[in-house]
Ligand binder design. Structure first.
Ligand code: GLN
Length: 473
């Protein structure tokens, strides 16, 4: 029972060839089969999902079912779902129970989707390999000696191994697109502000986006259509009208596409990735697209800009986890200060601590101008330059990542080496534009490779149009 898209599920439900109860059971079986080894789910809402399935089956019979009846969803453990735990894969929030439901999750529930569980991720979404979880790493279903990518690693593996039909993740610098590429699924980071972040734990507020991991563009379109749009609880959410993505046709078969000359010269880019990219580009030309080489002189500044700004914002956002208001508190304390220090030192993992320290440093007086303010200026340059390219071209393409999924533990000693895994994904985050990772195929070791396509702000419809028509010939 492998469904590429919800459309097929719905057709089978409407024809009574299957029930929601059977679909839920199927995913529960997949979770039972794979989760003990892969560790993609931190918690499975088994009983709840079974009860909800029976209710939705009844609604289908009565003709009152919502637009997502029979859709089984996994959520990254960064989203609040009322009366359920949300740990952000951190010891500091291990027993914390949500008092609210995140807006995108509520919008799925309102259409009768079923939330099957919360998915493992890097602690507070900081990481590129899902090795920074307080509850154990996640393994890639294509090869369990490799990482799934991060930080939404559990969410990508959930879809990859059919433990759920789609997952909601978060993408601050690539956390949906990069694991999607490593696991061979679709990953969308929409335009900044397109989807409300009410109920999504904040990492870096001027970058954070809710993202969608799926098996098809059709599902990505449908889900975006349902969860996007303004929300009075998130004043940063855009009021722009949300198009009916799922109804929109393929708009054009001939797009103007830019690619960066600098990318092939990146040190460490895998031969399999550049070969697949070259093959893709010639195939795009053959199918009538215009491809042009463009220079992007900021490539080497992207990662420093991203890591300075996100660490600064993270140090502010994570100040609330202090042992007083939420979660873990160390009890062997002598005074207030030692309670803060001990609770935070023991509650957070080493990567989160590193970023809080780095973020505090770049914001401290004496260093703020040299680091934080300078990074803000570079961000503006990158954004303006990227937008200018996208005035002339429909898309910018690149591989999603420079390599395929790497071996577990191979990059954990050197954080800078790990940060390089985000080289191609951070540009869209710095600029706030939408980007998607499309599965391209596999290398000689059967490890997936992804194509990243970026478009101008609020041009998701065009991205989908391209992605739907895309095939390698
Ligand atoms: N890997 C990047 C980081 O560690 C991106 C994370 C994300 O998008 N949440 O910050």
């Amino acid at each position: 029972m492998l469904y590429k898209s919800y459309q097929q599920i719905r057709a089978d439900l409407d024809e009574q060839r299957i029930t929601v109860a059977q679909i839920v059971n199927h995913h529960l079986e997949k979770i039972e089969e794979h989760n003990p080894n892969l560790n993609a789910f931190l918690e499975v809402f088994k009983e709840e999902a079974i009860i909800k399935a029976a209710q939705v089956d009844l609604k289908l019979k009565q003709g009152t079912a919502g637009r997502l009846a029979g859709l089984v969803v996994g959520i990254k453990d960064l989203f609040c779902l009322k009366d359920h735990l949300v740990s952000c894969s951190s010891k500091i929030l291990e027993d914390f129970e949500s008092q609210i439901t995140a807006t995108p999750i509520q919008r799925l529930l309102d259409e009768d989707a079923i939330i099957i569980g919360r998915q493992n991720c890097d602690e507070f979404a900081m990481g590129s390999s899902n090795e920074n979880s307080a509850f154990g790493l996640v393994k890639n279903g294509a090869n369990p000696s490799r990482v799934p990518g991060g930080s939404s690693g559990g969410s990508a593996v959930g879809v990859q191994m059919d433990m759920c039909q789609i997952s909601l993740g978060s993408d601050t610098g690539g956390s949906v697109r990069q694991p999607a590429a490593f696991c061979g699924v679709f990953g969308l980071k929409p335009t900044y502000s397109r989807i409300s972040r009410y109920g999504l734990t904040a990492y870096s507020s001027s970058f954070d986006c809710v993202g969608i991991l799926s098996k098809s563009i059709a599902d990505t379109e449908l889900i975006l259509e349902i969860i996007a749009g303004s929300d009075e609880r998130d004043t940063t959410s855009s009021r722009k009208k949300v198009p009916q993505f799922s109804q929109s046709p393929i708009k054009s078969s001939s797009y103007k596409i830019a690619y960066f000359d600098e990318i092939n010269k990146v040190e460490g880019i895998a031969t399999s990735v550049s070969q697949m990219m070259n093959q893709t580009m010639s195939s795009l030309k053959t199918s009538g697209h215009l491809l042009e080489k463009v220079s992007f002189p900021f490539l080497e500044y992207l990662l420093p800009t991203y890591y300075i700004l996100t660490s600064a914002e993270a140090s502010a956002n994570l100040a609330r986890f202090d042992g007083v208001r939420y979660g873990f508190r160390d009890l062997e304390i002598s005074n207030l200060e030692s309670m803060y220090k001990k609770s935070r030192t023991q509650g957070f993992g080493s990567e989160v601590l590193r970023r809080i320290l780095l973020g505090t440093f770049v914001l401290s007086s004496g260093y703020q101008d040299a680091f934080y303010t300078k990074a803000q200026k570079v961000r503006r340059l990158v954004k303006d330059y990227t937008e200018k390219i996208l005035e002339e071209y429909d898309f910018i393409i690149s591989p999603t990542t420079a390599t395929t999924a790497f071996e577990i533990n191979s990059k954990t000693i050197d954080p800078v080496e790990m940060y390089l895994a985000d080289l191609f994904t951070v540009q869209a985050s710095v600029a706030g534009i939408p980007a998607i990772s499309i599965p391209l195929g596999e290398d000689q070791n059967a490890m997936p490779i992804g194509l990243q396509v970026m478009a101008a702000s609020f041009e998701e419809e065009k991205l989908f149009s391209f992605a739907k028509s895309f095939k390698i010939t």
